[in-house]
Design a protein. Structure first.
Length: 358
């Protein structure tokens, strides 16, 4: 996986434009009335190139899993567009049905995502049957898929409960591969696994990406794992993308204070290095039903000013290709600000105030 500052200039594999998903909050005993909206995903835009891995990180409740479910059409967005190789998925129902096989998902909990009443062979071969293969071809393909993910042919007749957590996740990966997709959305695929098993699954995903020419959206809260697998990383906070950059660039030079706080929270075994670290971000995320005005991070941000409380920051693109939405960015020079422009991925309602050095 080669890191890159931006997605390729040719037509992207996936293009998400101003995507929103609001859940209604209802009140009333006899008649349900909408009393508010949970803004789970609030004006998110990004692109994904062919065979690229985009990491999606943030605190619990930031909207990353909801966004992932929108991408595979398990949830219908409130507004915005999702395009797969130029074809729109959100409004064209017939086109969505045809392209659905091209986008698959691997879920966080392998125990809950597999039918306990079906054998592994039945689970994985379901996608092969949809492809119209004959019985003999299905048997051959099934054994080949299990071999690809590190299992053996004898596992075909076993039930999910007869496997370890890592093996169950391999079954989930094989099920996703059965329809030969071009994009797999991975929703925290290793968070429920032991550390030793995590590395095995991550290496497996890397090998499969090269073999099947796959694009990945990798959702995770473990920034160490995301750094290892991602070409680019998008950081979400309270339903919005606040920073987007090449993986190495983001870890070396975070621009948004929230990203810097997440990096400071990564456990470090060296006591000497730990003593010089900044204090972690304090407080809890605001209520997504009634998010604060201006920058949504300002109630917890040590650099917040009056403009942060009044004006939502635009998603700014710096000369290096690094994107961040902050009025008082970190790790930037005057020359960076001079070459900064508003990104076309910026939310439509973002304020006009330009970032400044604090």
């Amino acid at each position: 996986m080669n890191a890159q500052l931006q997605a390729p200039t040719e037509q992207p594999l996936l293009s998400v434009e101003h995507l929103k998903l609001y859940f209604p909050v209802k009140s009333g005993i006899v008649v349900d009335r909408v009393a508010g909206w949970v803004r789970a995903v609030d004006d998110v835009s990004f692109t994904l190139g062919e065979q690229e891995t985009l990491g999606l990180v943030g605190e619990s409740g930031c909207g990353k899993t909801t966004l992932a479910r929108c991408l595979v059409q398990l949830l219908s967005p409130t507004s915005g567009t999702i395009r797969f190789r130029g074809d729109e998925l959100t409004s064209n129902r017939s086109q969505r049905r045809l392209l659905k096989r091209q986008i698959q998902m691997v879920f966080q909990d392998p125990q809950a995502s597999l039918n306990p009443r079906k054998r592994v062979g039945q689970i994985v071969s379901a996608g092969l049957r949809l492809g119209g293969l004959k019985r003999a071809e299905i048997e051959t393909e099934l054994r080949g898929l299990l071999t690809d993910v590190g299992l053996s042919a004898e596992h075909v007749q076993r039930f999910p409960h007869e496997f370890s957590g890592g093996q169950r996740q391999r079954v989930g990966v094989a099920r996703a591969l059965a329809v030969r997709p071009s994009l797999i959305v991975l929703d925290e695929p290793v968070s429920a696994l032991d550390v030793s098993v995590q590395s095995q699954v991550i290496n497996l995903l890397s090998d499969l990406q090269d073999e099947f020419r796959l694009g990945y959206i990798f959702v995770a809260h473990d920034l160490a794992v995301v750094r290892h697998v991602s070409d680019r990383i998008a950081v979400m906070y309270l339903g919005k993308v606040v920073e987007l950059s090449a993986g190495d660039e983001l870890y070396r030079r975070p621009i948004h204070p929230y990203t810097a706080a997440l990096l400071e929270a990564i456990p470090v075994p060296d006591l000497a290095r730990r003593s010089g670290r900044a204090a972690p971000v304090r407080g809890e995320p605001p209520n997504p039903i009634d998010p604060p005005a201006g920058c949504r991070f300002h109630p917890r941000c040590p650099r917040a000013s009056d403009v942060c409380r009044a004006v939502e920051p635009q998603l700014t693109q710096y000369p290096s290709g690094h994107l961040a939405a902050c009025h008082h960015p970190l790790n930037v020079e005057s020359s960076d600000l001079a070459g900064a422009v508003r990104s076309p991925l910026s939310p439509l309602e973002a304020g006009a105030a330009a970032p400044t050095l604090a």
